[in-house]
Design a protein around this ligand. Structure first.
Ligand SMILES: [Fe+2]
Length: 584
Protein backbone atom coordinates (compact mmCIF):
# COMPACT_ATOMS: atom_id res chain seq x y z
CA UNK A 1 0.00 0.00 0.00
CA UNK A 2 1.37 3.43 -1.00
CA UNK A 3 0.63 6.46 1.15
CA UNK A 4 1.74 9.99 0.33
CA UNK A 5 1.97 12.58 3.11
CA UNK A 6 1.94 16.29 2.34
CA UNK A 7 2.62 19.44 4.37
CA UNK A 8 2.28 22.91 2.87
CA UNK A 9 1.01 26.49 2.98
CA UNK A 10 2.73 27.69 6.12
CA UNK A 11 6.46 27.14 5.81
CA UNK A 12 8.68 24.24 4.78
CA UNK A 13 6.31 22.41 2.45
CA UNK A 14 7.27 18.76 2.01
CA UNK A 15 6.20 15.34 0.78
CA UNK A 16 6.92 11.84 2.09
CA UNK A 17 6.00 8.46 0.65
CA UNK A 18 5.46 5.22 2.58
CA UNK A 19 5.23 1.79 1.01
CA UNK A 20 3.62 -0.68 3.41
CA UNK A 21 4.64 1.58 6.26
CA UNK A 22 8.30 1.82 5.25
CA UNK A 23 9.64 5.21 4.23
CA UNK A 24 10.73 5.30 0.58
CA UNK A 25 11.38 9.01 0.04
CA UNK A 26 10.95 12.35 1.79
CA UNK A 27 11.99 15.85 0.77
CA UNK A 28 11.23 19.50 1.27
CA UNK A 29 9.98 21.50 -1.68
CA UNK A 30 12.70 24.15 -1.15
CA UNK A 31 15.44 21.77 -2.29
CA UNK A 32 13.89 21.54 -5.74
CA UNK A 33 12.29 24.97 -6.11
CA UNK A 34 15.38 26.70 -4.66
CA UNK A 35 13.12 29.01 -2.60
CA UNK A 36 14.19 28.88 1.04
CA UNK A 37 11.44 27.49 3.33
CA UNK A 38 9.15 27.32 0.29
CA UNK A 39 5.59 26.94 1.67
CA UNK A 40 3.83 26.32 -1.65
CA UNK A 41 2.13 23.12 -2.78
CA UNK A 42 5.03 20.60 -2.89
CA UNK A 43 4.59 19.63 -6.53
CA UNK A 44 8.29 18.94 -7.15
CA UNK A 45 8.81 17.05 -3.90
CA UNK A 46 5.78 14.86 -4.73
CA UNK A 47 7.15 14.22 -8.23
CA UNK A 48 10.44 13.11 -6.71
CA UNK A 49 8.75 10.81 -4.15
CA UNK A 50 6.66 9.14 -6.86
CA UNK A 51 9.68 8.69 -9.09
CA UNK A 52 11.77 7.25 -6.27
CA UNK A 53 9.00 4.72 -5.58
CA UNK A 54 8.48 3.98 -9.28
CA UNK A 55 4.82 4.96 -9.02
CA UNK A 56 2.28 7.03 -10.89
CA UNK A 57 0.03 9.29 -8.82
CA UNK A 58 -2.97 7.15 -9.74
CA UNK A 59 -1.32 4.22 -7.96
CA UNK A 60 -1.40 6.00 -4.60
CA UNK A 61 -3.79 4.36 -2.17
CA UNK A 62 -4.06 7.32 0.11
CA UNK A 63 -2.94 10.97 0.33
CA UNK A 64 -2.79 12.58 3.77
CA UNK A 65 -2.42 16.25 4.71
CA UNK A 66 -0.65 17.23 7.94
CA UNK A 67 -3.43 19.44 9.28
CA UNK A 68 -7.16 20.09 9.27
CA UNK A 69 -7.63 23.27 7.25
CA UNK A 70 -11.13 24.08 8.47
CA UNK A 71 -10.02 24.02 12.11
CA UNK A 72 -7.20 26.37 11.16
CA UNK A 73 -9.69 28.64 9.41
CA UNK A 74 -11.80 28.64 12.57
CA UNK A 75 -8.79 29.85 14.57
CA UNK A 76 -8.04 32.52 12.00
CA UNK A 77 -11.61 33.86 11.99
CA UNK A 78 -12.01 33.65 15.77
CA UNK A 79 -8.75 35.54 16.32
CA UNK A 80 -9.72 38.19 13.76
CA UNK A 81 -13.03 38.75 15.57
CA UNK A 82 -11.51 38.71 19.03
CA UNK A 83 -8.89 41.33 18.18
CA UNK A 84 -11.00 43.44 15.81
CA UNK A 85 -10.27 46.21 14.76
CA UNK A 86 -6.55 45.69 15.57
CA UNK A 87 -6.68 42.55 13.42
CA UNK A 88 -7.91 44.33 10.28
CA UNK A 89 -4.69 43.97 8.30
CA UNK A 90 -4.11 40.40 9.48
CA UNK A 91 -7.65 39.56 8.40
CA UNK A 92 -7.24 41.20 5.00
CA UNK A 93 -3.96 39.44 4.24
CA UNK A 94 -5.11 36.13 5.66
CA UNK A 95 -8.47 36.22 3.88
CA UNK A 96 -6.73 36.58 0.52
CA UNK A 97 -4.49 33.60 1.18
CA UNK A 98 -7.44 31.52 2.44
CA UNK A 99 -9.64 32.43 -0.51
CA UNK A 100 -6.92 31.96 -3.12
CA UNK A 101 -5.23 28.89 -1.80
CA UNK A 102 -5.74 27.27 1.58
CA UNK A 103 -9.50 26.67 1.32
CA UNK A 104 -9.04 24.74 -1.90
CA UNK A 105 -6.34 22.33 -0.77
CA UNK A 106 -8.63 19.32 -1.20
CA UNK A 107 -9.44 20.11 -4.82
CA UNK A 108 -5.82 21.11 -5.50
CA UNK A 109 -4.59 17.68 -4.34
CA UNK A 110 -7.31 15.92 -6.34
CA UNK A 111 -6.44 17.94 -9.46
CA UNK A 112 -2.67 17.66 -9.16
CA UNK A 113 -2.62 13.95 -8.42
CA UNK A 114 -5.78 12.78 -10.12
CA UNK A 115 -6.91 10.97 -6.97
CA UNK A 116 -10.52 10.75 -5.83
CA UNK A 117 -12.00 12.35 -2.71
CA UNK A 118 -12.22 8.98 -0.93
CA UNK A 119 -8.43 8.64 -0.94
CA UNK A 120 -7.86 11.96 0.90
CA UNK A 121 -7.34 12.16 4.65
CA UNK A 122 -6.53 15.00 7.04
CA UNK A 123 -4.64 14.56 10.30
CA UNK A 124 -4.46 17.21 13.02
CA UNK A 125 -1.20 19.15 12.98
CA UNK A 126 0.15 18.11 16.39
CA UNK A 127 -0.98 14.52 15.86
CA UNK A 128 1.09 14.51 12.65
CA UNK A 129 4.07 15.88 14.61
CA UNK A 130 3.57 13.23 17.30
CA UNK A 131 3.27 10.39 14.77
CA UNK A 132 6.40 11.54 12.91
CA UNK A 133 8.43 11.14 16.09
CA UNK A 134 6.93 7.96 17.55
CA UNK A 135 6.61 5.93 14.35
CA UNK A 136 10.22 6.72 13.37
CA UNK A 137 11.55 5.90 16.84
CA UNK A 138 12.82 2.51 18.01
CA UNK A 139 10.50 2.63 21.05
CA UNK A 140 7.67 0.16 21.74
CA UNK A 141 6.03 2.79 23.90
CA UNK A 142 6.84 6.38 24.79
CA UNK A 143 5.64 9.65 26.22
CA UNK A 144 4.96 12.26 23.54
CA UNK A 145 5.66 15.98 23.68
CA UNK A 146 5.00 18.28 20.72
CA UNK A 147 5.84 21.98 20.87
CA UNK A 148 5.68 24.50 18.03
CA UNK A 149 4.37 27.95 17.09
CA UNK A 150 0.83 26.87 16.37
CA UNK A 151 -1.04 24.18 14.43
CA UNK A 152 -4.82 24.47 14.18
CA UNK A 153 -5.34 25.67 17.76
CA UNK A 154 -2.77 23.66 19.71
CA UNK A 155 0.70 25.07 20.37
CA UNK A 156 1.93 22.14 22.51
CA UNK A 157 0.56 18.70 23.36
CA UNK A 158 1.43 15.88 25.74
CA UNK A 159 0.43 12.26 25.72
CA UNK A 160 1.57 8.68 25.25
CA UNK A 161 1.94 6.22 22.40
CA UNK A 162 2.03 2.45 22.16
CA UNK A 163 2.95 0.00 19.39
CA UNK A 164 0.55 -2.89 19.81
CA UNK A 165 -1.97 -2.00 18.79
CA UNK A 166 -0.57 1.26 17.40
CA UNK A 167 -2.09 4.24 19.12
CA UNK A 168 -1.29 7.80 20.15
CA UNK A 169 -3.26 9.53 22.84
CA UNK A 170 -2.66 13.27 23.28
CA UNK A 171 -4.30 14.13 26.57
CA UNK A 172 -3.18 17.70 27.31
CA UNK A 173 -2.80 20.67 25.07
CA UNK A 174 -1.83 24.33 25.23
CA UNK A 175 -3.73 26.59 22.84
CA UNK A 176 -3.12 29.69 20.77
CA UNK A 177 -2.18 32.43 21.57
CA UNK A 178 -0.26 30.88 24.51
CA UNK A 179 2.72 29.44 22.67
CA UNK A 180 6.35 28.74 23.51
CA UNK A 181 7.22 28.65 19.80
CA UNK A 182 5.58 32.00 19.08
CA UNK A 183 7.25 33.51 22.16
CA UNK A 184 10.65 32.42 20.79
CA UNK A 185 9.73 33.73 17.34
CA UNK A 186 8.74 37.08 18.83
CA UNK A 187 12.24 37.43 20.24
CA UNK A 188 13.69 36.19 16.95
CA UNK A 189 11.96 39.09 15.19
CA UNK A 190 12.97 41.56 17.92
CA UNK A 191 16.61 40.49 17.54
CA UNK A 192 16.50 41.30 13.82
CA UNK A 193 16.19 37.79 12.38
CA UNK A 194 13.61 36.24 10.14
CA UNK A 195 10.86 34.35 11.94
CA UNK A 196 10.78 30.58 11.25
CA UNK A 197 14.35 30.77 10.01
CA UNK A 198 16.44 32.88 12.39
CA UNK A 199 15.62 30.93 15.56
CA UNK A 200 18.99 29.15 15.24
CA UNK A 201 20.71 32.50 15.23
CA UNK A 202 19.06 33.44 18.54
CA UNK A 203 20.29 30.12 19.96
CA UNK A 204 23.78 30.83 18.58
CA UNK A 205 23.78 34.35 20.06
CA UNK A 206 22.56 33.26 23.49
CA UNK A 207 25.88 31.98 24.92
CA UNK A 208 27.41 35.44 24.37
CA UNK A 209 24.98 36.85 26.93
CA UNK A 210 23.59 36.35 30.42
CA UNK A 211 19.88 35.69 31.08
CA UNK A 212 19.51 39.04 32.85
CA UNK A 213 15.87 39.66 32.02
CA UNK A 214 14.22 36.52 33.32
CA UNK A 215 12.10 38.44 35.87
CA UNK A 216 10.80 40.71 33.11
CA UNK A 217 10.07 37.76 30.84
CA UNK A 218 8.29 35.82 33.58
CA UNK A 219 6.02 38.84 34.04
CA UNK A 220 5.12 38.72 30.33
CA UNK A 221 4.77 34.96 30.17
CA UNK A 222 3.47 33.14 33.25
CA UNK A 223 5.13 29.75 33.41
CA UNK A 224 3.27 27.00 35.27
CA UNK A 225 4.66 23.91 36.98
CA UNK A 226 3.70 21.67 34.03
CA UNK A 227 5.53 23.97 31.59
CA UNK A 228 2.39 25.55 30.19
CA UNK A 229 2.36 29.29 29.55
CA UNK A 230 -0.01 32.18 29.80
CA UNK A 231 1.21 35.08 27.72
CA UNK A 232 0.19 38.58 28.80
CA UNK A 233 -1.41 39.86 25.58
CA UNK A 234 -0.35 43.45 26.29
CA UNK A 235 3.21 42.59 25.25
CA UNK A 236 2.51 40.72 22.03
CA UNK A 237 0.89 41.54 18.71
CA UNK A 238 1.26 38.29 16.71
CA UNK A 239 -2.36 37.50 17.68
CA UNK A 240 -3.63 40.29 15.44
CA UNK A 241 -0.76 41.42 13.23
CA UNK A 242 0.88 39.68 10.30
CA UNK A 243 3.85 42.05 10.29
CA UNK A 244 4.74 42.70 13.90
CA UNK A 245 4.89 40.22 16.75
CA UNK A 246 5.68 42.49 19.73
CA UNK A 247 3.85 45.53 21.10
CA UNK A 248 4.94 48.95 22.33
CA UNK A 249 4.74 47.60 25.89
CA UNK A 250 7.34 44.96 24.89
CA UNK A 251 9.59 47.74 23.60
CA UNK A 252 9.15 49.65 26.85
CA UNK A 253 10.76 46.69 28.60
CA UNK A 254 13.49 45.68 26.10
CA UNK A 255 14.09 48.91 24.19
CA UNK A 256 14.40 49.26 20.43
CA UNK A 257 14.56 46.10 18.34
CA UNK A 258 17.96 45.17 16.91
CA UNK A 259 18.67 46.53 13.45
CA UNK A 260 19.29 43.44 11.25
CA UNK A 261 22.27 45.24 9.69
CA UNK A 262 23.95 45.80 13.07
CA UNK A 263 27.27 44.02 13.13
CA UNK A 264 27.38 41.57 16.02
CA UNK A 265 30.51 42.65 17.87
CA UNK A 266 30.60 42.03 21.62
CA UNK A 267 33.37 42.23 24.20
CA UNK A 268 34.39 38.68 23.26
CA UNK A 269 37.35 38.36 20.95
CA UNK A 270 35.74 35.80 18.63
CA UNK A 271 33.12 38.28 17.47
CA UNK A 272 35.77 40.73 16.23
CA UNK A 273 36.53 44.26 17.40
CA UNK A 274 34.51 47.46 17.19
CA UNK A 275 33.55 50.66 19.02
CA UNK A 276 32.59 50.35 22.69
CA UNK A 277 29.07 51.67 22.03
CA UNK A 278 28.48 48.90 19.47
CA UNK A 279 29.76 46.26 21.89
CA UNK A 280 27.47 47.59 24.62
CA UNK A 281 24.40 47.50 22.40
CA UNK A 282 25.16 44.00 21.19
CA UNK A 283 25.74 42.78 24.73
CA UNK A 284 22.22 43.96 25.54
CA UNK A 285 20.82 41.93 22.64
CA UNK A 286 22.92 38.89 23.55
CA UNK A 287 21.51 39.11 27.10
CA UNK A 288 18.00 39.14 25.66
CA UNK A 289 18.81 36.10 23.50
CA UNK A 290 20.22 34.32 26.57
CA UNK A 291 17.05 35.20 28.49
CA UNK A 292 14.58 33.74 25.99
CA UNK A 293 16.81 30.71 25.47
CA UNK A 294 16.96 30.00 29.23
CA UNK A 295 13.23 30.56 29.58
CA UNK A 296 12.59 28.07 26.75
CA UNK A 297 14.88 25.48 28.32
CA UNK A 298 13.07 25.89 31.67
CA UNK A 299 9.63 25.59 30.07
CA UNK A 300 10.55 22.49 28.06
CA UNK A 301 12.18 20.87 31.06
CA UNK A 302 9.09 21.51 33.19
CA UNK A 303 6.92 19.96 30.49
CA UNK A 304 9.16 16.90 30.23
CA UNK A 305 9.47 16.42 34.01
CA UNK A 306 5.69 16.69 34.38
CA UNK A 307 5.20 14.19 31.56
CA UNK A 308 7.75 11.77 33.00
CA UNK A 309 5.98 11.88 36.38
CA UNK A 310 2.45 11.53 35.07
CA UNK A 311 3.05 9.02 32.27
CA UNK A 312 5.52 6.70 33.96
CA UNK A 313 7.19 6.25 30.56
CA UNK A 314 10.99 6.07 30.28
CA UNK A 315 11.19 7.00 26.56
CA UNK A 316 10.34 10.43 25.25
CA UNK A 317 9.46 11.38 21.66
CA UNK A 318 9.75 15.08 21.01
CA UNK A 319 8.47 16.90 17.91
CA UNK A 320 7.47 20.32 16.56
CA UNK A 321 9.71 23.22 15.58
CA UNK A 322 10.82 23.83 19.19
CA UNK A 323 12.34 20.31 19.20
CA UNK A 324 15.05 21.72 16.91
CA UNK A 325 16.37 23.72 19.89
CA UNK A 326 19.43 21.53 20.37
CA UNK A 327 20.63 23.32 23.52
CA UNK A 328 17.31 22.68 25.25
CA UNK A 329 17.40 19.05 24.06
CA UNK A 330 20.65 18.49 25.96
CA UNK A 331 18.91 19.61 29.16
CA UNK A 332 16.06 17.21 28.49
CA UNK A 333 18.48 14.33 28.00
CA UNK A 334 20.25 15.11 31.25
CA UNK A 335 17.62 16.37 33.62
CA UNK A 336 14.12 15.27 32.61
CA UNK A 337 14.34 11.76 34.07
CA UNK A 338 13.66 10.10 30.70
CA UNK A 339 16.23 7.49 29.76
CA UNK A 340 15.98 7.84 26.00
CA UNK A 341 14.94 10.63 23.70
CA UNK A 342 13.96 10.44 20.04
CA UNK A 343 13.56 13.42 17.73
CA UNK A 344 12.92 12.95 14.05
CA UNK A 345 15.37 15.03 11.95
CA UNK A 346 12.59 17.05 10.26
CA UNK A 347 10.99 17.90 13.61
CA UNK A 348 9.40 21.08 12.21
CA UNK A 349 6.46 21.37 9.85
CA UNK A 350 8.13 19.51 6.97
CA UNK A 351 8.06 16.43 9.19
CA UNK A 352 4.27 16.68 9.40
CA UNK A 353 4.11 15.20 5.89
CA UNK A 354 5.78 12.04 7.13
CA UNK A 355 3.81 11.92 10.39
CA UNK A 356 0.48 12.32 8.58
CA UNK A 357 1.26 9.34 6.33
CA UNK A 358 2.45 7.25 9.29
CA UNK A 359 -0.64 8.11 11.34
CA UNK A 360 -2.86 6.93 8.49
CA UNK A 361 -0.93 3.65 8.06
CA UNK A 362 -0.54 2.70 11.72
CA UNK A 363 -3.48 4.26 13.55
CA UNK A 364 -6.28 4.74 11.01
CA UNK A 365 -5.52 1.54 9.10
CA UNK A 366 -4.27 -0.44 12.11
CA UNK A 367 -1.00 -1.75 10.65
CA UNK A 368 1.95 -2.99 12.70
CA UNK A 369 5.28 -1.19 12.84
CA UNK A 370 8.18 -2.21 10.64
CA UNK A 371 10.33 0.91 10.33
CA UNK A 372 12.85 2.85 12.44
CA UNK A 373 14.54 5.96 11.06
CA UNK A 374 18.21 5.13 11.51
CA UNK A 375 19.52 7.88 9.22
CA UNK A 376 18.30 10.98 7.41
CA UNK A 377 19.19 10.17 3.79
CA UNK A 378 15.73 10.14 2.19
CA UNK A 379 16.15 12.78 -0.53
CA UNK A 380 17.14 12.49 -4.17
CA UNK A 381 20.42 10.98 -5.33
CA UNK A 382 22.07 11.43 -8.71
CA UNK A 383 23.63 8.76 -10.89
CA UNK A 384 27.32 8.81 -11.77
CA UNK A 385 26.29 9.71 -15.33
CA UNK A 386 24.42 12.81 -14.05
CA UNK A 387 27.51 13.89 -12.14
CA UNK A 388 29.81 13.25 -15.10
CA UNK A 389 27.66 15.27 -17.48
CA UNK A 390 27.36 18.16 -14.99
CA UNK A 391 31.17 18.18 -14.75
CA UNK A 392 31.93 17.64 -18.44
CA UNK A 393 33.28 21.12 -19.21
CA UNK A 394 35.43 21.25 -16.09
CA UNK A 395 38.82 19.82 -15.21
CA UNK A 396 37.32 17.44 -12.65
CA UNK A 397 39.34 14.30 -12.03
CA UNK A 398 37.89 10.85 -11.52
CA UNK A 399 39.18 9.12 -8.39
CA UNK A 400 39.40 5.47 -9.24
CA UNK A 401 39.10 3.89 -5.81
CA UNK A 402 37.51 4.59 -2.42
CA UNK A 403 40.97 4.65 -0.90
CA UNK A 404 42.19 7.28 -3.31
CA UNK A 405 39.08 9.37 -2.71
CA UNK A 406 39.47 9.20 1.06
CA UNK A 407 43.19 9.99 1.02
CA UNK A 408 42.73 12.90 -1.36
CA UNK A 409 39.93 14.42 0.72
CA UNK A 410 41.94 14.07 3.93
CA UNK A 411 44.98 15.67 2.26
CA UNK A 412 42.83 18.61 1.13
CA UNK A 413 41.56 19.08 4.68
CA UNK A 414 45.06 18.83 6.15
CA UNK A 415 46.27 21.41 3.63
CA UNK A 416 43.65 23.84 4.93
CA UNK A 417 41.26 23.53 2.00
CA UNK A 418 37.53 23.87 2.53
CA UNK A 419 35.68 21.22 0.55
CA UNK A 420 32.16 20.80 -0.75
CA UNK A 421 30.98 17.25 -0.14
CA UNK A 422 28.15 16.02 -2.38
CA UNK A 423 27.25 12.32 -2.10
CA UNK A 424 24.24 10.02 -2.33
CA UNK A 425 20.73 11.02 -1.30
CA UNK A 426 20.25 14.45 0.26
CA UNK A 427 19.17 14.78 3.86
CA UNK A 428 15.67 15.01 5.27
CA UNK A 429 15.34 17.93 7.70
CA UNK A 430 17.22 21.19 8.06
CA UNK A 431 20.67 19.75 8.85
CA UNK A 432 23.35 18.62 6.41
CA UNK A 433 24.62 15.31 7.75
CA UNK A 434 27.40 14.37 5.37
CA UNK A 435 25.73 14.13 1.96
CA UNK A 436 25.35 17.85 1.19
CA UNK A 437 28.00 19.25 3.54
CA UNK A 438 30.93 21.63 3.60
CA UNK A 439 33.87 20.09 5.45
CA UNK A 440 36.99 21.65 6.93
CA UNK A 441 39.77 21.07 9.47
CA UNK A 442 38.36 21.97 12.92
CA UNK A 443 41.82 22.42 14.45
CA UNK A 444 42.30 25.62 12.47
CA UNK A 445 40.65 28.45 14.42
CA UNK A 446 40.61 30.66 11.34
CA UNK A 447 38.21 28.25 9.60
CA UNK A 448 35.24 29.72 11.47
CA UNK A 449 35.94 33.13 10.00
CA UNK A 450 36.86 31.84 6.54
CA UNK A 451 33.74 29.72 6.15
CA UNK A 452 31.36 32.32 7.63
CA UNK A 453 32.81 35.20 5.57
CA UNK A 454 34.12 33.81 2.32
CA UNK A 455 32.01 30.76 1.79
CA UNK A 456 28.63 31.09 3.45
CA UNK A 457 28.54 34.93 3.58
CA UNK A 458 26.84 34.84 6.96
CA UNK A 459 27.15 36.41 10.41
CA UNK A 460 30.56 35.88 12.07
CA UNK A 461 29.13 34.60 15.37
CA UNK A 462 27.34 31.65 13.73
CA UNK A 463 28.75 28.39 15.09
CA UNK A 464 29.89 25.33 13.16
CA UNK A 465 29.14 21.77 14.03
CA UNK A 466 31.57 18.95 14.71
CA UNK A 467 31.11 15.50 13.22
CA UNK A 468 32.57 12.65 15.25
CA UNK A 469 32.50 8.82 15.16
CA UNK A 470 29.70 7.59 17.40
CA UNK A 471 32.17 5.45 19.33
CA UNK A 472 34.16 8.57 20.32
CA UNK A 473 31.29 10.70 21.70
CA UNK A 474 31.95 9.85 25.34
CA UNK A 475 35.69 10.49 25.08
CA UNK A 476 35.23 13.89 23.41
CA UNK A 477 32.23 15.37 25.23
CA UNK A 478 31.13 15.83 28.82
CA UNK A 479 28.12 13.71 28.10
CA UNK A 480 26.89 12.83 31.60
CA UNK A 481 24.66 9.81 31.04
CA UNK A 482 25.76 7.68 28.08
CA UNK A 483 24.67 9.82 25.16
CA UNK A 484 26.70 7.99 22.53
CA UNK A 485 23.80 5.76 21.51
CA UNK A 486 21.14 8.48 21.60
CA UNK A 487 19.39 9.32 18.36
CA UNK A 488 19.45 13.14 18.71
CA UNK A 489 23.24 13.08 18.23
CA UNK A 490 22.84 11.26 14.90
CA UNK A 491 20.70 14.07 13.62
CA UNK A 492 22.71 16.97 15.06
CA UNK A 493 19.94 17.80 17.51
CA UNK A 494 21.88 18.11 20.74
CA UNK A 495 24.57 20.51 21.95
CA UNK A 496 27.08 19.11 24.44
CA UNK A 497 30.06 20.62 26.28
CA UNK A 498 33.49 19.61 25.01
CA UNK A 499 35.84 17.94 27.45
CA UNK A 500 38.36 20.57 28.54
CA UNK A 501 41.31 18.80 27.01
CA UNK A 502 39.54 18.45 23.63
CA UNK A 503 37.77 21.78 23.19
CA UNK A 504 40.97 23.80 22.79
CA UNK A 505 42.18 21.47 20.04
CA UNK A 506 39.14 22.09 17.83
CA UNK A 507 38.59 25.87 18.01
CA UNK A 508 36.60 26.06 14.75
CA UNK A 509 33.82 23.88 16.17
CA UNK A 510 34.05 25.00 19.77
CA UNK A 511 31.21 27.44 20.40
CA UNK A 512 32.01 28.89 23.81
CA UNK A 513 32.84 25.45 25.15
CA UNK A 514 30.14 23.48 23.36
CA UNK A 515 29.48 21.70 20.06
CA UNK A 516 26.28 20.67 18.25
CA UNK A 517 27.60 17.30 17.26
CA UNK A 518 26.75 14.78 14.60
CA UNK A 519 27.63 11.23 15.64
CA UNK A 520 28.30 8.85 12.73
CA UNK A 521 28.51 5.09 12.40
CA UNK A 522 30.24 3.55 9.37
CA UNK A 523 27.09 1.72 8.24
CA UNK A 524 25.07 4.94 7.99
CA UNK A 525 27.48 6.66 5.63
CA UNK A 526 30.66 4.66 4.81
CA UNK A 527 32.41 7.20 2.57
CA UNK A 528 31.88 10.08 4.98
CA UNK A 529 32.95 7.91 7.90
CA UNK A 530 36.13 6.84 6.09
CA UNK A 531 37.23 10.45 5.66
CA UNK A 532 36.47 11.17 9.31
CA UNK A 533 38.34 8.07 10.45
CA UNK A 534 41.38 8.72 8.21
CA UNK A 535 41.50 12.35 9.36
CA UNK A 536 41.46 11.09 12.96
CA UNK A 537 44.33 8.68 12.22
CA UNK A 538 46.39 11.44 10.59
CA UNK A 539 45.85 14.04 13.32
CA UNK A 540 44.86 12.21 16.48
CA UNK A 541 41.61 14.23 16.43
CA UNK A 542 38.62 12.27 15.06
CA UNK A 543 36.60 15.40 14.43
CA UNK A 544 35.64 17.29 11.26
CA UNK A 545 33.94 20.62 10.85
CA UNK A 546 30.62 20.13 9.05
CA UNK A 547 28.25 22.80 7.86
CA UNK A 548 25.46 22.74 5.32
CA UNK A 549 26.38 23.05 1.63
CA UNK A 550 24.71 26.36 0.78
CA UNK A 551 25.29 30.08 0.96
CA UNK A 552 23.31 32.52 3.10
CA UNK A 553 19.67 32.78 2.10
CA UNK A 554 19.68 29.71 -0.15
CA UNK A 555 18.39 26.22 0.58
CA UNK A 556 20.97 23.44 0.92
CA UNK A 557 22.08 22.24 -2.53
CA UNK A 558 20.17 19.32 -4.01
CA UNK A 559 21.38 18.74 -7.59
CA UNK A 560 24.90 18.62 -9.08
CA UNK A 561 24.09 21.92 -10.83
CA UNK A 562 23.24 23.57 -7.48
CA UNK A 563 26.52 22.26 -6.05
CA UNK A 564 28.60 23.52 -8.98
CA UNK A 565 26.98 26.96 -8.89
CA UNK A 566 27.60 27.25 -5.15
CA UNK A 567 31.17 26.03 -5.59
CA UNK A 568 31.85 28.69 -8.23
CA UNK A 569 30.13 31.51 -6.36
CA UNK A 570 31.80 30.92 -3.02
CA UNK A 571 35.27 30.58 -1.59
CA UNK A 572 35.17 26.76 -1.57
CA UNK A 573 38.54 25.28 -2.58
CA UNK A 574 37.52 21.85 -3.82
CA UNK A 575 34.37 19.95 -4.63
CA UNK A 576 33.84 16.23 -4.17
CA UNK A 577 30.84 14.91 -6.12
CA UNK A 578 30.47 11.17 -6.03
CA UNK A 579 33.79 9.82 -7.33
CA UNK A 580 34.90 13.14 -8.82
CA UNK A 581 37.08 15.92 -7.46
CA UNK A 582 37.10 19.44 -8.80
CA UNK A 583 39.54 22.13 -7.72
CA UNK A 584 39.27 25.90 -8.07
FE1 LIG B 1 4.11 22.64 13.57
Amino acid sequence: MNILGISCYYHDAAAALLRDGVLVAAAQEERFSRIKNDPSFPKLAIEFCLKQAGLKAAELDCVVLHEKPLLKLERFLTSALRYWPDATSLFQQGAISWMKQKLWIRSRIMEELGVGRAKLLFVEHHMAHAASAFFCSPFEDAAILTVDGVGEWATATMGTAISSPCGISLTREMRFPDSLGLLYSTFTAFLGFEVNEGEYKVMGMAPYGEPKYLDELHRMARLHEDGSLELDPRYFSFQYSANRSFSDAFRDVFGDPRDPALEFVTGRADTGDGPEELKRRNQHYADIAATVQRFTEDALLRMAVFLRRTSGATNLCLAGGVALNSVANAHLLRDSGFQRLFIQPAAGDAGGALGAAQYAWHVLLGNKRSFVMEHAYWGRSYENGDLASALKDTNAEHLASEDMLTQRAVQDLLDGRVIGWFQGRFEWGPRALGNRSILADPRRGEMKKIVNHKIKFREPFRPFAPVVPEACVNSLFEAGPDLSQQYPARFMLVVLPWKDEVGDKVPAVNHLGTGRLQAVRPEWNPRYYSVLEAFGQATGIPVLMNTSFNVRGEPIVASPQDALRTFRNSGLDALYMGEYRLEK
